[in-house]
Structure formats: C-alpha cells, structure tokens
Design a binder for this molecule. Structure first.
Ligand code: FES
Length: 259
C-alpha cells in the first residue's frame, strides 16, 4: 500500500449520468478487482474522511473509476474531476475477488449501479478465456449499467422492477439456473441480494459450498483502511473480521448476513 498522486487522463460519458474516469498512477501497485483506494477529496470541511473508491484495472499503470451522480459531497467532487486534475490516493487496500485457474464459467451479479469491481473481474476473466455471464437488476433501465458498453463476449441478463429492460422483477429470479451453470459467482450489491443468493445456492447446488460465492461488502464505514479504527467490523463464522483488511470481498457462505 502506498500514498500517491493519480492523474486524470480521460473522462468519458458512457450513457446519460454514467461516466468513466481514466487515471494513471505509475507508482501504484496494480489493484485487483474488489480492492479499494482511499481518496482524499478537496473539500476538507465536508469531506474530512477519505472516501473508498473501487478502481477497475486497465493497461499500463492506468485504472478506471465508474461514476454516477452521488449525494455524498466527496463523491460529487470526484464526479466533477476533469483531465489534468490530480487525486491523492492510498492503496490498493483489502482483498479482491479470487479467480482460480480452474474456473471456466463466471457469474457476476448485482442489484446496484455500483458495479465497478464486477467490471474489473469481468475483464480479468475474459482475458484468460473464462465464459462470463453478467446478471444485473435495478428498479428501471436508467439505473442499469449501459449494455452497449459491455464487450460482446459477455452474456448479459437484465431484470428491472418496472419491466423497462429484460425480465420484469428482481434479478434474484434469474439466478437459480445461472448458479447451476457457474463454477464461481461474484456479487456486488445489497445484503438482501446476498441473503437470497446464499439461499438459492443451497437449493441449486444442494449445499452451501465454500469458495463458490463471493460478495463485496462495502456497507461498513471504511475510515482508516488499515485496521486501526475498527469502524468496519463484520461478523463471520469464525468471529469478527475487518472489511478493510480481511475483505471487503468475503465468502458469503462464511459471512453473517443478519442485521
Ligand atoms: S476502516 Fe478502520 S479498521 Fe477498517
């Protein structure tokens, strides 16, 4: 983990209210999908804590950030950055998603727009010839990651509560068959989705299988990022763990998902 300056080299609009910020940080060790950076925001009065952001690894010391409008003043500040701006970041921090060599079919699932870590895992898997299915759910199509921005090799399945794209209903309804197809599942979403995934895993594969279902748990406040403040404690089968050090990616079979 290092503290360094990242320079914005490109800002692209990939759909209305969806932006991709491309940065370069030559000194930063390459992050894994699911690892995070702590970003210092310029407005110190409203943003005295660094914000965790999830880099999507790219080529040659570059990484991308997926941005959406956000009520958080720190992330709103980030969304306004332009090429040439520099960002103070610390990282990479935490543990990212695994991708064992034995995996041939990767299922990616989300019910939120915050799918940056899944996009990184998608690119990583495609690069080694793994078949990828991405199942996304949202209330309406404008909250779904734009399909046109996905590589054609990815099988895309969408679910919207209002039926504006794909299946009408929750994304969890699409998953039982996909869980039988996959040999690794990675998710980034709500606790409700994670509980449903675990229940469906037991039904589809007849047992709660370890090392099959991983989820990004970014819910706890990650203030220090290095295990010092204990603000990010989560409960697991083997006792309390820190999301910033032991996660934020956890085996969902081992994570306590009750409130
Ligand atoms: S963020 Fe401080 S201990 Fe995890």
């Amino acid at each position: 983990m290092i503290q360094t300056q990242a320079t914005v080299v490109e800002k692209a609009t990939i759909a209305p209210a969806w932006w991709r910020l491309t940065l370069t940080a030559p000194e930063l060790p390459p992050p894994l999908p699911g690892q995070f950076l702590l970003l210092r925001c310029a407005d110190r009065y409203r943003c005295y804590l660094r914000r965790p952001v999830f880099p999507i690894p790219a080529n040659q010391n570059h990484f991308n950030l997926l941005l959406r409008p956000d009520p958080d003043p720190g992330l709103a500040w980030l969304s306004a950055r332009q090429p040439g701006d520099t960002l103070d970041v610390m990282g990479p921090l935490g543990n990212g998603f695994p991708l064992p060599k034995s995996v041939r079919h990767l299922l990616l699932v989300s019910d939120t727009p915050d799918i940056g870590p899944l996009l990184g895992q998608m690119e990583r898997a495609i690069a080694v010839g793994v078949a990828v299915t991405l199942a996304l759910g949202a209330s309406r199509v404008s909250r779904l990651y734009p399909v046109a921005a996905l590589p054609p090799v990815v099988e895309f399945q969408a679910a919207t509560l209002d039926g504006s794209l794909g299946y009408r209903g929750p994304v969890a309804d699409l998953l039982p068959d996909l869980l039988r197809w996959a040999d690794l599942t990675c998710a980034a979403g709500s606790l409700t989705l994670y509980r449903t995934l675990r229940r469906q895993l037991e039904q589809a594969r007849l047992r709660a299988e370890a090392d099959f279902l991983y989820g990004l748990n970014a819910e706890p406040l990650m203030a220090c990022g290095v295990g010092a403040c204990l603000s990010c404690t989560v409960n697991t089968d083997t006792g309390p763990r820190l999301a910033c050090v032991d996660g934020p990616v956890f085996d969902l079979v081992k994570l306590n998902l009750e409130l």
